[in-house]
Design a protein around this ligand. Structure first.
Ligand code: SOE
Length: 385
C-alpha cells in the first residue's frame, strides 16, 4: 500500500508553459519515487471548452473548468499552477491563496512591483507554500555553478555577464496581442524582453552572485507599430524589443546584461559568464549539459578551460536520470523545480524562488525600465538574503 499523499493540481492555461508544467508533474512519480507527495492532475482550466478538453485528454487531467474562479473554489484542489499571460497572475494567485491553495506561478511574478506586492502579501498571510518558475536555476550545470561558487572556488567575483538572445519578432507583419503573441502586448506582458527574458538572467544572477544594487539601462523598440490581433488596428508598440543594462552587485562585482528579440540566428541563446579571482565559469543554454570552468590554480602547463559534462550521478539531479554521459534537456528543469517544491513541502520549508524572492527580481526589472526611460542610474531597493 502506498503511503504517498496526493497533491491535487489545478492548472490554469494550456499554452507552452502549460505543457512544460504538465509534463513535469507526470514525470515525478517515475523519476522521484522517494517523494511523499504524488501530484495528481485533477483539473485544467482555460476559456475554450473544446481545446481545454483536448488538452486534458492529451495530458491526462481528470476534469476541466472554463472559469478559473470555479477551479480555485473547488475543494478537491490543493495547488493552483498559473500558466496564463502575466496580466492574469495577480488576480488568480491572490484568490488561490485566499482560498488556502498552494500557488505555483510562471515567471515573471507580475507586470510590476506594485502588482506583485499583494501577491506576496496574500501567500504570506495565508501561509500557503508558493514558488515561481525561474526554471533555469535547476538545469544541473547551472546548479553545479552555484555549488562551485558557494564552495568558494571562484574566490572574489569581479564580473557577471549574461545574454538572452532571440530573433522571433523581427518581422513587422507580426501582430501584437492574442494567443502566443501576448508577449508583444504591454498590457498583457507588462514589458518586453526585460520581464520575459532578462528576468530569467536576473534571477539566476542574484541566486549565484547576490543582490543587484543599482542599474543603468537602455531599451529600444525597433518596430513602433503593429496590428493588434484583438482590434485589427495598427497601434503603438510599447514593449521593449531590446534591453541592455549594467549594474553593481552588493558584493562589489560589475554586471553586464543584454537581451533582444532581434538577434538574427539566435532562437533562445541564454548565456552567462562569471569571472572570479581564482576561477571563471561559463554556461550556455544551447549546450546546457556543459559547464565551462577555468581554474588559475591548475599547474600552468596544463591550465585551460575545461568543459565539464554534467551528467554524472554525483552531479546535481543526475542520479535521478539515466547513466553517466547521457544528457537531459530543457524540460527537466521544470521537473526538478516541482520535485524541489514537493521535497520542500515534505520538510515544511519554502521552495526558492518564493514569491518574496521573485519580487526582488521584479524590483530589478522595474529599476532597469525606469533607468532606460529617465536615462539615469537607479537604485533597485533589492534586499537579497
Ligand atoms: C519567450 O520566447 C520564452 O518562451 C520565455 O517566455 C521563456 O520564459 C523562456 O524560457 C524562453 O523564451
Amino acid at each position: 500500500m502506498s503511503k504517498k499523499k496526493d497533491l491535487r493540481i489545478g492548472l490554469v492555461g494550456y499554452g507552452f508553459m502549460g505543457r512544460t508544467h504538465s509534463n513535469a508533474y507526470r514525470r515525478i512519480p517515475n523519476f522521484f519515487p522517494e517523494l511523499q507527495y504524488n501530484p495528481i492532475l485533477k483539473a485544467v482550466c482555460a476559456r475554450n471548452e473544446e481545446r481545454v478538453t483536448a488538452f486534458a485528454e492529451q495530458w491526462g487531467y481528470e476534469s476541466i473548468e472554463t472559469d478559473w474562479r470555479k477551479l480555485v473554489a473547488r475543494d478537491d484542489i490543493d495547488a493552483i499552477d498559473i500558466c496564463t499571460p502575466n496580466n492574469m497572475h495577480a488576480e488568480i494567485a491572490i484568490a488561490a491563496a485566499e482560498a488556502g491553495k498552494m500557488v505555483l506561478c510562471e515567471k515573471p511574478l507580475a507586470r510590476t512591483v506594485a502588482e506583485a506586492q499583494p501577491m506576496v502579501d496574500a501567500v504570506e498571510k495565508a501561509g500557503v507554500p508558493n514558488t515561481v518558475y525561474y526554471n533555469y536555476r535547476r538545469i544541473p550545470a547551472v546548479t553545479l555553478a552555484k555549488q562551485l561558487i558557494d564552495a568558494g572556488k571562484l574566490g572574489k567575483i569581479f564580473h557577471y555577464r549574461a545574454n538572452f538572445l532571440q530573433d522571433w519578432t523581427i518581422s513587422p507583419e507580426l501582430p501584437q496581442g492574442g494567443e502566443g503573441l501576448w508577449r508583444l502586448d504591454n498590457s498583457a506582458a507588462g514589458s518586453g524582453v526585460t520581464g520575459d527574458l532578462l528576468a530569467h538572467c536576473i534571477d539566476t544572477a542574484m541566486w549565484l552572485n547576490g543582490g543587484i544594487k543599482d542599474v543603468s539601462a537602455m531599451t529600444e523598440t525597433f518596430i513602433k507599430e503593429r496590428v493588434h490581433s484583438k482590434t485589427g488596428v495598427k497601434q503603438e508598440v510599447t514593449i521593449d524589443d531590446a534591453c541592455l543594462f549594467h549594474c553593481h552587485f552588493d558584493n562589489g562585482s560589475l554586471g553586464l546584461f543584454e537581451s533582444t528579440r532581434y538577434a538574427r540566428g539566435h532562437k533562445a541563446h541564454y548565456t552567462f559568464e562569471i569571472n572570479g579571482e581564482h576561477a571563471s565559469i561559463k554556461w550556455n543554454l544551447h549546450d546546457l549539459s556543459r559547464l565551462e570552468y577555468f581554474d588559475h590554480r591548475d599547474e600552468s602547463i596544463e591550465r585551460g578551460w575545461r568543459s565539464i559534462h554534467v551528467t554524472d550521478e554525483d552531479q546535481p539531479y543526475m542520479d535521478k536520470w539515466w547513466v553517466p554521459g547521457l544528457s537531459i534537456g530543457y524540460e527537466h528543469s521544470f521537473v526538478h523545480q516541482i520535485a524541489d517544491f514537493l521535497k520542500a513541502l515534505e520538510e515544511g520549508k519554502p521552495c526558492s524562488p518564493t514569491f518574496r524572492e521573485a519580487q526582488e527580481t521584479q524590483k530589478v526589472c522595474e529599476a532597469v525600465l525606469e533607468s532606460a526611460k529617465s536615462r539615469s542610474w537607479k537604485d533597485t531597493g533589492v534586499e537579497w538574503k
